[in-house]
Design a protein around this ligand. Sequence first.
Ligand SMILES: [Zn+2]
Length: 343
Amino acid sequence: MILHDRTTKLPITTYGIQIPITGSNAGRTLDYLLSREDLSERRDTWLREENFPPLTREAIERVHDPAYVERLLSEDERCDREIERTFELVNPDGTYNRYDPVTAERDLKALRDQSLRLAAGTTRAVELALDGRDNRAEDFWFYLGGGMHHGQYDFGEGFCPVNDLVIAVRTQQAAGRIRNAWIVDVDAHKGDGTAALTAEDPTIHTLSVHMARGWPLDQPRELPDGRPNPSWIPSDIDVPIDSGQESEYVPRLQNALVELEEKFGVPDFLLVVDGADPYERDQLPSAELLRMSAEQLLERDTHLYRWGRDRNLPMVFVMAGNYGYHSWEVFSAFLERQIAGEI
Ligand SMILES: [Zn+2]
């Protein structure tokens, strides 16, 4: 089943930010799937549209520093400073970086609210997948949003003010619905926030397949305030892929899944951070070090899906990184086959 919230999809340029998040790869994916008559006529069997309320403070504080949450949720300039940092809007010399407040139609607190609504969808998708497990109904959900894997304990980074993935898992753990989970991250960028937040948590295991070089792995070992940089904390298994090694990507992912299962056993839940930014037609400059073909990415997603299906796991895939006008092709290729029962 696909989960979607049309109200969360304002383009980021609305806020005066010039980043190629076009905000509509979710919409393009849906438009494509609905253009197939055979799928469109039974849309009720695979599409659910809801309006999510923003994440609650309680849910966020299961994962993040309460003092950070206080600043982020404030209605004053403390929130603006946190969002500026998260979206990298200010240079060290105080000038703006790809940000022009004059062109903004909405302020940064509205961007905070939009981000928290997007983040809430991941929690909702996990809840629906567990409902499916309990009621012998659909327990695979693909959320057309989410994937804020750079969110750290006491700061946001890489467009991720909070970590929706860890929040979603901890929320269901707190409700007693799962004991443990895996977060498998195949976005082009390392799932550094997820790894750091769960490093001491024996109930959440992490696997990240990502660009061997480039952000966030090109950061200093220390933060500006002298603390160790949490981006360097490893996942349970990290699989760095260098430029030119794209053909090794899927085999190495397959091996890593085997290794994780041998180490930790099958989890209660599988959450996949299904970024399209390794795609050769994705348009984020910082993700250009990986140039996977559409066929390779379909093989990736198909393998992850079958891995969970073979173990009867409730699963959620979230969209994660997708930039520019072509990334919808990755999601659509997988979903049209999944919905049609061809995988
Ligand atoms: Zn990414």
